[in-house]
Design a protein around this ligand. Structure first.
Ligand SMILES: [Zn+2]
Length: 550
């Protein structure tokens, strides 16, 4: 039987079951989906700082461990654990490692990058898990019953004798010959893949040498909306002020098997001076002073963006795979102290970089890959005392192409078979979000919640042949929300150098009363209503002669 297990007790009754007959459908389907959240954690404790000794698992984490055990006991050999960024995937992995060790079983934890091997070893050490490392010349203590290994080294030297294989970033397994060979050679040894984004093509594909699907079953620890609801992640606001024109840009499958824009083309489309300038302008307006990570189309683009930030007097730095280890550490340390406000890169920070205070994400790398997109967004969704929500400035068109990164994505392993006519686009339950034409805030509702702009709806009238159609206009727009109006005046005053008295007077001219009890929070943008009103005052003043106040 092939099925996906979702947590039931905290996050409502998720029951995801794959086709009862594997031959009919080897893709999991969500059959029932009702949320009944029964707990909230307003200030979730940070798990990473637990220090050594026993780690307390969050309820959904213990449940995931139980579900994994149940699946393996039920005869599943290759299991996928879906656990989003920020859900404590490594904590769940460590609990599995501890459980196996307590039963005197030997475990190996595999990673596909050297820095992830090092990072995992550090986490194990901090949690008090004795371990050896198998990674090129850093190989040490191979006699330990817990091993952290590099897949490249294992593929070359062969798999040591183990009872359980854990694979980190397991969405890469489908596209990796090394991983597939190691799994095939380890026939019968249970494999648990850990991934925040198990959306790669072919993760549930049938392989003759495996005698079945690559991963046979998926356990979902929690989804991103679950984690936001429970306070383990923060929600985000998205602005999409501009995007490169991607029409005619070539696409190819990336390392995850996702169809994505080719790197050369993406750089050409995104590295235009007006687009780069726009990135800096919008950051200054919407995100000034917030710790920010920027994902650029390529190295030149990333450096170009950093230059433009420097020109605007903002402390920004670039990092790439050629940055040497010492410098890389120094740069990231400056980001953490706030000395560097904007860190720009192409993709190196998408996996494994953890800086919860990072509030703003600049998406300047157009992508069609859900995996890449979710990984980039994951950088800013972690909760931190310094932020209530994250901010995404999308200059890549990703949000309007792929949806909000905080929504629920289809939870099924791809069987590698061609998708329906639309070429891989899943049918969506909800409409794709759109940017407000007035302030660029990305929303799914009609009226913009930020600036109040309401695109005119098409007149919904019955038209009979020969009849004249009367379209009634709204007689008068309702007055704006007072705080909203006040906040926008603050922005205008700041941009134009007006004093607070100016704000009060303009407010009074609009509402007929002086502002009272308003919060001094600047709006991110000026709506057409406010701009129109101020212009109207100017014209009136000009007509009224030189004594009138503008
Ligand atoms: Zn708006």
């Amino acid at each position: 039987m092939l099925e996906t297990t979702m947590p039931e007790s905290q996050f409502g009754a998720h029951l995801v079951t794959r086709g009862e007959h594997a031959a009919c459908s080897s893709r999991a389907r969500i059959h029932s989906h009702s949320h009944s959240h029964s707990f909230k954690t307003p200030n979730p404790p940070s798990q990473g700082d637990a220090g050594s000794g026993a780690l307390t698992l969050r309820p959904y984490q213990s449940l995931a461990v139980q579900n994994l055990r149940r699946a393996l006991a039920g005869g599943v050999v290759r299991e996928m654990l879906c656990s989003p960024t920020g859900s404590g995937k490594t904590e769940i992995g460590m609990a599995i490692v501890r459980g196996a060790r307590s039963k005197h079983k030997r475990v190996i934890f595999l990673c596909n990058r050297v820095h992830l091997v090092e990072q995992t070893a550090r986490r194990f050490k901090k949690a008090g898990i004795e371990h050896g490392v198998i990674q090129g010349e850093n190989t040490t203590r191979v006699y330990e019953s817990v091993l952290v290994g590099s897949i490249q080294t294992i593929a070359r030297r062969g798999m040591p004798e183990v009872d359980l294989i854990l694979i980190d970033e397991a969405h890469t397994v489908a596209g990796s010959k090394e991983y597939r060979a190691v799994i095939a050679a380890a026939k019968g040894i249970p494999v648990i893949g850990l991934s925040a984004t198990p959306y790669a093509r072919g993760l549930g594909k049938h392989y003759d040498e495996l005698g079945g699907p690559l991963f046979q079953h998926m356990t979902v620890a929690a989804t991103i909306p679950d984690l936001i609801e429970a306070g383990y992640l923060v929600d985000c606001d998205v602005y999409a002020p501009s995007e490169p024109d991607m029409t005619g840009i070539k696409q190819a499958r990336n390392t995850y098997g996702d169809l994505d824009y080719t790197d050369a083309d993406v750089g050409r489309a995104a590295n235009k001076p007006e687009l780069v300038g726009d990135i800096v302008t919008h950051w200054l307006r919407l995100a000034r002073g917030t710790p920010t990570v920027c994902f650029a189309a390529n190295i030149a683009h990333s450096k170009h963006i950093v230059e433009r930030f420097h020109a605007a007097g903002v402390a920004a730095e670039h990092i790439d795979c050629y940055t040497d280890e010492e410098e890389r550490r120094a740069i990231l340390a400056r980001v953490e102290t706030g000395e560097t406000m904007v860190i720009s890169n192409v993709g190196i920070l998408a996996e494994g970089w953890d800086f919860p205070a990072c509030r703003t994400l600049i998406l300047a790398r157009p992508t069609r890959s859900l995996i890449r997109y979710i990984q980039m967004a994951g950088r800013v969704l972690r909760p931190h005392a310094s932020k209530a929500r994250a901010l995404i400035l999308d200059h890549s068109g990703s949000v309007t192409r792929l949806g909000f990164p905080t929504e629920e994505f289809p939870l099924e392993l791809d069987d590698g078979r061609p998708r329906d006519a639309k070429g891989g686009q899943e049918e969506r339950e909800k409409p794709l979000p759109k940017a407000c034409p007035s302030c660029s805030y990305v929303k799914t509702v009609h009226k913009c919640p930020v600036c109040g702009f309401e695109p005119e709806r098409r007149a919904n009238v019955d038209v009979r042949a020969g009849d004249l159609v009367q379209i009634t206009k709204k007689t008068k727009a309702p007055k704006m929300d007072k705080q909203e109006f006040y906040s926008q005046l603050l922005l205008v005053a700041s941009n134009k150098g007006h004093k607070m008295g100016w704000v009060s007077h303009k407010y009074r001219e609009y509402f007929g009363v002086w502002p009272r009890g308003m919060e001094d929070v600047m709006a991110p943008a000026v709506s057409p209503e406010v701009a129109g009103f101020l212009k109207h005052l100017q014209i009136r003043a000009a007509k009224g002669g030189k004594h009138a106040r503008a």
